[in-house]
Design a binder for this molecule. Sequence first.
Ligand SMILES: NC(=O)c1ccc[n+]([C@@H]2O[C@H](COP(=O)([O-])OP(=O)(O)OC[C@H]3O[C@@H](n4cnc5c(N)ncnc54)[C@H](O)[C@@H]3O)[C@@H](O)[C@H]2O)c1
Length: 271
Amino acid sequence: MKNRIKVGIIGGGTIGTALAHAVVTDLKAFAQLKYLCEKHKEKAAVLQKKFRFHARLVPLAQLVRRSDLIIEAASPKVAAQVIRLACKWNKKVLIMSVGGLLHPQIAELLKKNLARIFCPSGAITGVDGVLAASCGKIRKVRLTTRKPPEALMGASYFLQKRFPVLKTDSEERRVFFGTAVEATKHFPQNINVAAVLSLAGIGPERTQVEIWTSRSYKGNRHEVLVEGDFGTFTTVTQNKPAPGNPKTSYLAILAAIATLKKAFASVRVGT
Ligand SMILES: NC(=O)c1ccc[n+]([C@@H]2O[C@H](COP(=O)([O-])OP(=O)(O)OC[C@H]3O[C@@H](n4cnc5c(N)ncnc54)[C@H](O)[C@@H]3O)[C@@H](O)[C@H]2O)c1
């Protein structure tokens, strides 16, 4: 129990709170939750009350400096900020807002530093296969995402484009087609899985992304198609939303817990 690593969590929303809980329960043999950072006063107070026997609230830079492992669960902007600081102090960081990693400056910075970044596979399946396939030649990676309208609301894409007006419950509409770079730029809080998939495979410029919406969709559904020298595979993941947040799939939380568990495991299964 003596050598447990110190964990700091940034963002106390759906994912941050669930991961804080996982650290103090599932991972308590290896890790101790020491620091929390949440910008909203009321949320911060709730978080502090919930984890008062474990962690204290500190400003972001202090959290990064003092923690051995930082968990970012806030936004792509915060992810980029955390990575910059983590590079300064050679920290390990689990990033949830993976879109924040696609900025060319961040990629360059990471090449020259000893900071280590963990990106859970999130709400998609098939990342293990893409990682294996990328050791050979991959010709195509395509993500087709289907989300109910409420899971797309608030995306910056709809500042320029009209939010789709669906006439019937069964109508399906393709709202976006482009690269993973474009998808994460226009839907920064909604399509982290595109960033994950692109980093595992052929990169954000070559990974294709389609986003569909319909009122008939229940939860987020992700279809991954990969073609390469190994052959082809497709995966379909029909997600249930995390309690209280239709934008976040429950599997994304479980994938992050699995990534943390794997980091401490004596036997590591999967690519
Ligand atoms: N990788 C994946 O598969 C995946 C899946 C779902 C969500 N996400 C991403 O993970 C992040 C968290 O998701 P969530 O569902 O918990 O969102 P959420 O909105 O429930 O929580 C985010 C929290 O971060 C806080 N926050 C924002 N900026 C902050 C700052 N500068 N300092 C401290 N706290 C700050 C907010 O106040 C909020 O409480 C989002 O960026 C989301 O896009 C990733």
